[in-house]
Design a protein around this ligand. Structure first.
Ligand SMILES: *Cc1c(COP(=O)(O)O)cnc(C)c1O
Length: 375
């Protein structure tokens, strides 16, 4: 079976060079006679792997000295709680900008922990198809929270809200290292690895040192594993880290470096996204759902003309579903997989993370043209 073009929102495609290297080293990593999967995380062979991964994150993201880089588990979803338990400790109050599912889940997790959540802006009025403009965030908030790239809605911040002294927390799960980002503008950044960095299993956290509380200062009852201090004090090795995932992460980071670093990724991603959006904007069969000025370079949801009356006409809705299913099936048969849209947006979604090639996007657009002419 030939390799497919995988447009999955996550876990998602990895650079082929990385997969080949992993395959090559599977039976014998670096003369150790073992796979990295089998190694003790405290071994001489493994130590440099996690150290290098951290060093590469620091280098590629230009992480300032006064920030810790942590590798934790539990995915982006665990960070929703961890952020509140570690940062929501003084006023027990935080500002959230509501831009879709992931931002809402984060807010609801904070509420569960007794944090007073102020939703200071929302794009709910237009089904989260844009990013609200918030010039200045002020008030007695312990932190302000944003989801920087909205994987499901296909939206992305084109600005960083000014929070003054309030630490800004951003979920960058689906856009980490897709573009340069000024880490110093944030108090805390986190990203589940399975979108843009590695297989599932590790979550990257970048946190300003002065924001890491003593475990006793976290919200009452916060488990040891959910205190950032636990991981910061132990070089992300308080317990067994996801060793193999971190090893692949290191390889992906070297691949990013070899391809121009964050700037190189932005150039590559802009080219791919422009190619797809230009086609969508010029098409009378398809249209993108995210508004210009808020569009993600990573996740591109789109609908067909059959969606136009689907909301208020049952026959039209049935026809739309038939067309969407047909699109996804025929695309898959053509080697373009995982294009089904999220149910909250409908239609299709192409996730075109760092590892997706321009050739992959061109193949998708060629298929879309053919499908439009036949339907
Ligand atoms: C995928 C995703 C999450 C959830 O990540 P898990 O690792 O599955 O918990 C959170 N936020 C964003 C923006 C995502 O894309």
């Amino acid at each position: 079976m030939a390799r497919v073009y995988n447009f999955s929102a996550g876990p998602s495609c990895l650079p082929e060079d990385v997969l080949k290297e992993c395959a090559q080293e599977m039976m014998d990593y670096n003369g150790t006679g073992q796979s990295v999967m089998e190694m003790s995380h405290r071994s001489k062979a493994y130590e440099p792997i996690i150290e290098d991964a951290e060093a590469m994150v620091r280098k590629l993201m230009n992480v300032p000295e006064n920030y810790k880089v942590l590798f934790v588990q539990g995915g982006g979803s665990t960070q929703f709680a961890m952020v509140a338990e570690n940062l929501g400790i003084k006023h027990k109050k935080a500002a959230y900008i509501e831009t879709g599912v992931w931002a809402k889940k984060a807010a609801s997790e904070a509420k569960k922990l007794g944090i007073e959540v102020d939703v200071i802006a929302s794009s709910k009025d237009k089904n989260y198809s844009y990013i609200p403009r918030v010039e200045k965030i002020s008030g007695d908030y312990d932190y302000a929270y944003i989801c920087f790239n909205n994987t499901i809605m296909g939206t992305h911040y084109e600005y960083i809200p000014d929070c003054g002294d309030i630490p800004l927390v951003a979920d960058i799960s689906s856009c980490v290292l897709s573009e340069p980002l000024d880490v110093s503008k944030f108090g805390l950044l986190f990203a589940g690895a399975q979108k843009n960095l590695a297989p599932a299993g590790v979550t990257l956290v970048i946190i300003r040192e002065d924001l890491i509380p003593e475990p006793e200062a976290c919200l009452p009852g916060t488990p040891t594993m959910l205190c950032y201090k636990t991981h910061a004090d132990n070089g992300s090795m308080y317990n067994t880290p996801p060793c193999y995932t971190i090893y692949v992460l290191g390889k992906v980071l070297h691949w990013i470096e070899a391809n121009g670093g964050a700037e190189g990724m932005l150039k590559r991603n802009q080219e791919k996204a422009d190619y797809l959006y230009n086609f969508l904007d010029s098409s009378d069969f398809y249209h993108a759902t995210a508004e210009v000025g808020s569009r993600s370079l990573m996740n591109v949801p789109f609908l067909t003309k059959y969606s136009d009356h689907a909301a208020d006409d049952e026959a039209a809705a049935a026809k739309e579903k038939e067309i969407n299913d047909k699109f996804v099936k025929e695309a898959s048969d053509a080697g373009l997989v995982n294009l089904k849209g999220h149910r909250l947006v409908g239609g299709m979604r192409a996730s075109i993370y760092n590892a997706m090639t321009l050739d992959g996007v061109k193949a998708l657009v060629d298929f879309m043209k053919k499908f439009a002419s036949e339907n």
